[in-house]
Design a protein. Sequence first.
Length: 78
Amino acid sequence: MATLCDQVDILLVGDSAGMVMLGYENTAPVTMDEMVLFTKAVSNARENALIVADLPNKSYENEADAVANSERLIRAGA
């Protein structure tokens, strides 16, 4: 899917992937580790598109967590 979408400029890796891929009822239980995995999967499949990834619930409760978790997503390909 990411390869097909590589014809666009930006791909969004949303925390809603937890509902689609993992069967969660909502996005609240999506973890940072899961978002890193989803982001890596999309990053591995694309060639050109910029990836924007959601910070999941409770991953940005303070500035230090927001920065550290954003860095994790960047290292994963966002």
